[in-house]
Structures are given as structure tokens and as C-alpha cells.
Design a protein around this ligand. Structure first.
Ligand code: NDP
Length: 328
């Protein structure tokens, strides 16, 4: 058994501490597949765990990181053999199960998705949980029956990870995308991703009316709170909003008016415990529906040593798009 480099979170008298340290392979948790981690990423939830700003970590010591892509080293699971390229998102990694910011991870074989044809392990983590959540949101809107012909779609938290990928996906699928951002200075970036219109997020952040002027047929919301309430009140009859985030707050100060007077649907998106069949569908679609050039444009690369600082920047809303972490 060897030692490997990892970002370790420990409980302290007050809160938590975080350090880049050596971790003993013998301390890895149960699982039937051991993976050589090649790439990871920094999501909003990683920022919360690394800074200790929310009680994301529920086991100590913890290796942070909710997302990984790499190569199977050993496996006693029938589906996986050494050399297979795999992706693992969520399932409690970095929360209750030792996570991704490490040279090695041991997980359950049933958690893994095979790397789709056409994507590298780096691409998969440039997409990461944020991008895969954007795809789950698109799939939910499609299942609802939304099509580009129904009218515009709105994306909130537009310059963030979920938002950036959502814009790229929706515009490629032919939607007229309205991007809501607090960073109007990023309008060239957002237009480059495919946004047709940019609006200031302040327009959507005040108290929501029960019903307001109809502006879109659907949307993807990574902000929550009054922003989600406004989105609902401005959605056209029979439209749908996929709710996947809480960057602006966990509350939802809305009313039943959009639901009972306009037949609006609120579609909940959970990436963490998402069933494996839906994960596979999402990753397969990401390999075909996400423009590789746009993915490259939204991605910046850091090393494991830069993860802690990056986590704080994500929470401060200072990161545009996605961060990919080179592990080895
Ligand atoms: P990012 O930090 O990359 O993006 C969040 C964006 O939200 C920011 O870039 C900013 O966009 C906007 N924002 C931040 N603070 C506020 C605020 N106070 N009010 C309004 N807008 C704000 O995070 P991610 O894209 O990775 O994640 C977005 C959200 O989705 C998070 O809450 C995350 O926890 C959640 N999430 C949920 C998942 C699930 O399974 N349901 C999976 C993945 C993420 P701008 O500057 O353009 O205004």
C-alpha cells in the first residue's frame, strides 16, 4: 500500500482545516474499483467544502472533491477492468465518501459512467458536475416537451459553471437564449457561448409578483430564491423551469399562481443521487451536443495545489465558466 497526494479536510475545534498532504492508500474507504484520478474540477459545492462555509463534509478525515475522471487501476466489479476510462460525479464523494482531489480514489463500480467516445478525461472534468447538471436540466425540459419553437429560454447564473454550459447546450439545440448575469462586463463571453440576449440579474432579484409579464417558455435556474420566483412568474403558460441551484439562496418566496393559473412546471434537478441510466444519457448527450471549442473557451486549468484558493474564488462569484484540475 502506498501514499498519495490529496486535499484533506479535518475537523477543528472551530470549523474545519484543509491541507494538501500525503494520504495512506490503506485508509481509502470500501469500494470495488480503485481509480488513478487524472482530472477533477472545482464546483460551487467544492468551494463550500474547502472553505467550510457550509457543512458539506460529513465524515472526517475527508478528501475533498465531488467529481473525478481517470483510469481504473484495479477492479473486482464485473463491469470494469484495469485501463477503463471512467467518470464519477456525486454519490456523496467529498461529503460522506473520500473524494476526488487525490491521486487515487476507491468507489463502488455502480457509481461509474464510462467515458463517452469523443471526450477525454480532461474534457469530462471541464464539463464536470456543473456541466452534467446543465445537461440534466436540458433533458428535464425536453422531457417536459419544450422545443425551440415554444419561445425563448432563460438561463440564470449565466457566467457560472452551470450557466455557461447551459447556454452553450441550449443555443446549439436551436433555442433563443436569454442570459441573466450580474456581470454585464461578460456579455461578449456570454454571446460567444450562444446567448441571444443578456439581462442584468437585478431585473430578477427583487420580490416576485404572483404573475408578471410573460417573457420565456422555459429556463434553467442555478440561483434560487427571489430569482427563481421571478422566473416562474414570467414563464409563458405550460412552460417549465428546471431548478438546479441556490447561488442566491435556498428559499423560494413564490406563490401557487404560476402553477394553477398558467400551468407552469417546476422541474427539480438532483445530480448527486441521479440514477445511473439518466447519468449515462446525460454524458452521451454531452459528448455530442456540447461544442468542443466552446468548452475550451470556458475552461481554465489549475493544479491540485491551486484548489483551495480556487474554491474561495468560486464562492466569491469571481470565476467565469469552469475550472479543471490536473491531478497527475
Ligand atoms: P458558479 O459559482 O460557477 O456559478 C454561480 C453563478 O450564480 C455565479 O457565477 C453568478 O453568475 C450567480 N450568482 C452568484 N451569487 C449570486 C447571487 N447572490 N445572486 C444571484 N446570482 C448569483 O456555480 P455553479 O455553476 O457550479 O453552480 C451553480 C449552482 O448550482 C450552485 O448553487 C450549486 O450548488 C448548484 N448545483 C446544483 C447541483 C444539483 O445537483 N442540483 C449540481 C451542481 C451545481 P453571474 O455572475 O453570471 O450573475
Amino acid at each position: 500500500m502506498g501514499m498519495f497526494k490529496a486535499v484533506r479536510i479535518d475537523k477543528a475545534e472551530k470549523g474545519t482545516t484543509v491541507a494538501i498532504t500525503q494520504f495512506d492508500e490503506a485508509e481509502l474507504m470500501d469500494g470495488d474499483v480503485t481509480i488513478r484520478v487524472e482530472w477533477s474540477t472545482v464546483n460551487y459545492k467544492d468551494g463550500l467544502a474547502l472553505t467550510g462555509k457550509a457543512p458539506v463534509v460529513r465524515r472526517f478525515p475527508m478528501i475533498a472533491g465531488i467529481d473525478l475522471a481517470g483510469t481504473v487501476e484495479t477492479s473486482s466489479h464485473p463491469e470494469w477492468k484495469p485501463g477503463d476510462k471512467v467518470i464519477c460525479n456525486g454519490w456523496g464523494m467529498g461529503e460522506t465518501h473520500l473524494g476526488a482531489y487525490a491521486e487515487k480514489a476507491r468507489v463502488k463500480g455502480e457509481w461509474l459512467v464510462r467515458l463517452p467516445e469523443g471526450l477525454t478525461t480532461r474534457d469530462a472534468m471541464a464539463i464536470g458536475t456543473a456541466g452534467y447538471t446543465a445537461m440534466l436540466s436540458v433533458l428535464a425540459l425536453e422531457k417536459h416537451g419544450l422545443t425551440p419553437g415554444d419561445g425563448p429560454v432563460v438561463v440564470t447564473g449565466a457566467a457560472g459553471g452551470v450557466g455557461s454550459v447551459a447556454i452553450a447546450l441550449l443555443s446549439k439545440l436551436g433555442y433563443h437564449v436569454i442570459a441573466s448575469t450580474g456581470r454585464i462586463s461578460e456579455q461578449d463571453y456570454l454571446k460567444g457561448l450562444g446567448a441571444a440576449e443578456i439581462i442584468d440579474r437585478a431585473e430578477l432579484s427583487g420580490a416576485a409578483k404572483p404573475l408578471a409579464k410573460e417573457r420565456w417558455a422555459g429556463g434553467i435556474d442555478s440561483v434560487g430564491s427571489t430569482t427563481l420566483a421571478n422566473l416562474l412568474s414570467m414563464t409563458r403558460p405550460r412552460g417549465a423551469i428546471a431548478a438546479c441551484g441556490l447561488a442566491g439562496g435556498m428559499d423560494l418566496p413564490s406563490s401557487v399562481a404560476p402553477f394553477i393559473l398558467r400551468g407552469i412546471s417546476l422541474l427539480g434537478i438532483d445530480s448527486v443521487m441521479c440514477p445511473i441510466a439518466l447519468r449515462r444519457q446525460a454524458w452521451t448527450r454531452l459528448a455530442t451536443d456540447l461544442d468542443a471549442g466552446k468548452l475550451a473557451d470556458i475552461t481554465q486549468e489549475i493544479s491540485l495545489d491551486g484548489v483551495v484558493e480556487a474554491g474561495a474564488r468560486v464562492l466569491a462569484g469571481e470565476v467565469r465558466g469552469r475550472i479543471v484540475v490536473k491531478i497527475v
